[in-house]
Design a protein around this ligand. Structure first.
Ligand SMILES: C[S@@+](CC[C@H](N)C(=O)[O-])C[C@H]1O[C@@H](n2cnc3c(N)ncnc32)[C@H](O)[C@@H]1O
Length: 337
């Protein structure tokens, strides 16, 4: 593939691309997007009054939403463009509202990316708490993980070859969308989700939506310190390794091996980095997201992940390709001998 030939407008579009992102973030953070999704068209003045926003600023925002084709204008009333009513309604099953809220939380961190590149350290953030005492952004984070996982989880159980009578550990499963969906799709599967205690309310919130939610167990703990239960036939480790440095990844994969039965499978889902022929920019950009947010985290290549598995004596490690067609998330699996 020949290198892209850049034009001035391409550079310009990329340089100010965050303006459009921030416009979407504002629509979601102010509740304006959810209001339009749930109750239909409204004028800027009505939106400002209902949501307690500044009327002049709200008018400027809705004009920009219209210009970005996020909103449709009929007379003086604005509504969300087709498709967005479900994508931006926080309560819709395929909503990405919380994903957008989480991205809004990340904006001030990404603004200091160059500092991280200079220092090699994550961006310093003031410790803040929400009104309910939770760390700032935690609800957005876990619900964003949920939003993203809901787009991917359906149908993956068959890809993993899960079967009745097997036991599965969704290790660091967060809100548990994968473990819960795998249980729904595999009658007779015994599923356990393990994550930090802070994830449990979000697991419970999600479990309530699933047919077999009440049967899926949640173990609250720290994978670096606590027992993972088991033994299991399958360990599903999704989007966890990138938060850790290589040494912690090796330890975590060795710990996964220790709770697998002989012949059991470890499936890793990651935004797998391709340093030679990237098909999608997302994994490399996600690696930058780990640079600004974590001490040692980064994106890994399939060779890195298979290397971690080999160090833990796994056999048959293969890169199994994107989780879904066109998805930047991909699967790597290996077996415990
Ligand atoms: C990016 S999220 C992925 C969540 C889920 N596996 C998914 O794919 O949607 C990473 C998860 O790792 C969990 N985690 C991070 N450190 C952990 C630790 N020391 N012990 C247990 N869970 C941890 C976080 O709470 C979070 O749920």
């Amino acid at each position: 593939m020949s290198p892209k030939q850049w034009k001035p407008e391409d550079v310009s579009r990329l340089a100010h691309g965050f303006w459009a992102s921030a416009t979407l973030h504002a629509a979601v953070s102010t509740g304006l997007a959810a209001r339009l999704a749930k109750k239909g068209p409204a004028t800027a003045e009505e939106l400002a009054s209902e949501l307690g926003l500044d009327p002049r600023a709200t008018r400027i925002l809705v004009i920009a939403l219209h210009a970005l084709e996020l909103a449709v204008k009929r007379g003086e009333a604005y509504s969300l463009a087709p498709g967005l009513e479900t994508l931006l309604d926080p309560d819709a099953p395929r909503s990405l509202n919380n994903m957008a809220l989480h991205m809004a939380d990340l904006m001030p961190v990404w603004a200091h990316l160059a500092d991280s590149v200079r220092s090699g350290k994550p961006v310093e953030r003031p410790e803040k708490t929400e009104d309910n005492g939770e760390p700032a952004g935690r609800a957005h984070f876990y619900r964003a993980m949920r939003d993203i996982a809901r787009q991917q989880a359906t149908g993956t159980a068959a890809r993993l070859g899960l079967a009745s009578g097997q036991s599965l550990l969704d290790l660091a499963g967060g809100p548990g969308v994968y473990g819960l969906t795998f249980a729904d799709e595999t009658p007779g599967l015994s599923a356990t989700v393990f994550d930090l205690p802070g994830a449990q309310p979000y697991f419970q919130e999600e479990a309530a939506r699933h047919a077999r939610g009440a049967e899926v167990r949640f173990i609250a703990g720290d994978y670096q310190k606590n027992d993972l239960g088991g033994p299991y036939d399958v360990v599903w480790l999704s989007q966890v390794l990138h938060g850790e440095g290589p040494e912690e990844c090796r330890k975590l994969i060795a710990k996964a091996a220790s709770v697998l039965k002989s012949g059991g499978a470890l499936w890793v889902q990651e935004f797998v980095v391709d340093t030679e022929n990237p098909k999608h920019p997302w994994p490399a950009l996600f690696s930058l997201n780990m640079l600004v947010n974590t001490t040692d985290g980064q994106g890994y290549t399939a060779a890195d992940i298979c290397g971690f598995m080999r160090d833990a004596r796994f056999i048959g490690c293969v890169f199994d390709g994107p989780t879904r067609e066109g998805s930047p998330a991909a699967l790597v699996r290996g077996f415990k001998p």
